[in-house]
Design a binder for this molecule. Structure first.
Ligand SMILES: [Zn+2]
Length: 515
């Protein structure tokens, strides 16, 4: 199982508000990568969840006149509902207020304390409540937190410190040698130059009530980092024992750029301190701008996951977000751009292609012609006008490109491979004019239509991680059971010829109505 497992995580999201598009983007991307790895036959686990402790939650709950637990119950349910609406196939949804998580955090902190990696100290610092983070003067712009435009407050309190500083060289080495990969490359360099400035010990506890109590001093609770980061293992039902669960370490941990530094330092140091294996890869994806501006309530340009779901449905939303920007880089989005792309790629693209192909099949059947692959066997000339051999070779190399791109987490590039397949088939139909072949009762007709439908099968399977419901509908329309198709295994379903010649072709409803 060891070589054939794939564990991928999203960050857990802080549930002091509603899910936003950034959360949706990370989670959809993780889901696409997870579904792809399941198609490869890997034992795959996708984890997401909610981060539920801390001062901001306490404050937000107080404003709503709610008990913090009731408040996080309500808000984390909103995230779970959104992930259901987006058809996210997560294997667990970890909540940091769950009993097992809290116990594992306590055991882990006790272990670090017993090893002398946590010591009593005092923290003096500038603290931004919005970020739940101490700030250095360098982090501030004109004395204000650049994310929240607020002046941080001065905090001086007893706390327990984590000896982060002792891990600097080992972490640096592991990143430099790619034992711990950070992607894209510019983010790796950013983390390395940050490490070159040295690491300071950091506070691991706070004197607030809403958190995980320190086992040796119940007047303090765990600070956000040990509490939130350990979710990546407690989400696998780890209870704090010495040995990590078999699914750990993660092959990929996805995140946005604002949290890569803390992951690459604090999270990694916690694992080193607990003598647990490190994740293989931290992957940083980009941010969205709307028409060149940062999304914000005051500008009034916020696009929510619900806005997208309402406009484009589950698969439309998944597709538009996944293809909006080169994965790993920032991108500009707008509802106008989404409308254009939806019409071009989904309504006029795959949707029209499937409808066109099925209607040709119906015409063929009405003319009493059957699907056939016979002339492939009897006539192996690869100079054939309709390119049987070229077809097979070409689809094979498309699958290779597709797989390579998804293995490298280049979601947008793998989508491009599928789009090329769609254009190719559209051109094929326009060139070969099957309606004339049907009219003329041409002996090649059954084979040409077979070629078209077989290519549709490949396109549907390639689209499966991105738009799973639509892919299932297309496979069902060409008489294939989506589950059985996946069960056949990668080597089999990516080969030419999976469509049966006696397949009953059903008309399907319009996949993507035009905007
Ligand atoms: Zn802030």
């Amino acid at each position: 199982m060891k070589n054939n497992k794939f564990y991928i995580t999203t960050p857990i999201y802080y549930v002091n508000g509603d899910p936003h598009i950034g959360h949706a983007y990370t989670t959809i991307a993780a889901d696409i990568i997870a579904r792809f790895n399941r198609m490869l036959g890997k034992d795959t686990f996708l984890l997401t969840g909610s981060d539920e402790h801390g001062e901001k939650i306490m404050q937000a709950a107080a404003i709503d006149n709610m008990d913090p637990q009731a408040f996080v119950d309500k808000n984390s349910a909103k995230f779970e509902i959104t992930w259901d609406n987006l058809n996210i196939s997560n294997d667990n949804f970890i909540r940091t207020t769950s009993k097992n998580h809290k116990l594992a955090v306590q055991k882990s902190l006790q272990k670090l304390f017993d090893k002398g990696l946590i010591y009593k100290g005092e923290h003096n610092g500038l603290y931004c409540i919005g970020c739940e983070q101490y700030k250095t003067e360098k982090d501030l712009v004109d004395g204000l937190c650049s994310d929240h435009q607020k002046k941080p407050i001065e905090v001086k309190e007893d706390c327990y410190m984590f000896k982060l500083s002792v891990f600097r060289n080992i972490i640096k080495n592991k990143i430099e040698t790619d034992e711990l990969q950070i992607k894209p490359e510019d983010k790796k360099n950013e983390v390395l130059s940050f490490l070159n400035e040295g690491l300071k010990d950091i506070s691991f506890s706070r004197k607030i009530k809403w958190g995980v109590e320190l086992p040796w001093d119940t007047t303090q609770t765990a600070y956000v980092w040990p509490d939130a980061f350990l979710n990546y293992i407690t989400g696998l039902d780890w209870n704090g024992e010495d040995k990590a669960p078999p699914m750990w370490p993660a092959e990929v941990q996805l995140m946005s750029k604002d949290i890569i530094r803390v992951h690459a330092t604090i999270w990694i140091a916690i694992l080193l301190g607990l003598e647990l294996p490190l994740p293989k890869k931290l992957f940083v994806h980009g941010f969205f701008l709307v028409n060149g501006q940062k999304m914000s309530k005051s500008v009034g340009n916020v696009i929510t996951p619900d806005d997208l779901l309402k406009n484009y449905g589950t698969d439309g939303t998944r597709y538009l977000l996944a293809s909006a920007t080169p994965f790993g880089h920032d991108g500009d989005i707008s509802m106008d751009k989404f409308d254009l792309k939806y019409n071009a790629d989904l309504a006029n693209g795959i949707g029209n292609l499937v409808a066109r192909s099925i209607s040709l099949t119906k015409k063929m059947k009405d003319a009493g012609i059957k699907l056939s692959t016979n002339s492939f066997a009897t006539n192996n000339s690869n100079q054939d006008t309709w390119g049987d051999q070229i077809f097979q070779h070409e689809i094979h190399s498309a699958w290779e490109d597709y797989k390579k791109n998804l293995d490298d987490l280049q979601l947008d590039l793998s989508i491009r491979v599928v789009q090329e397949q769609i254009s190719f088939l559209d051109n094929y139909i326009t060139t070969v004019k099957p309606w004339e072949l049907i009219r003329d009762n041409n002996p090649k007709t059954g084979e040409v239509i077979y070629n078209i439908l077989e290519r549709i099968r490949h396109i549907a399977l390639m689209m499966l991680p991105f738009i799973p419901e639509t892919a299932d509908k297309i496979l069902s329309a060409i008489s294939l059971d989506p589950e059985q198709e996946k069960q056949k295994g990668w080597e089999t379903f990516t080969k030419w010829g999976g469509l049966l010649t006696d397949a009953e072709i059903k008309e399907s409803a319009i996949l993507f109505p035009r905007k």
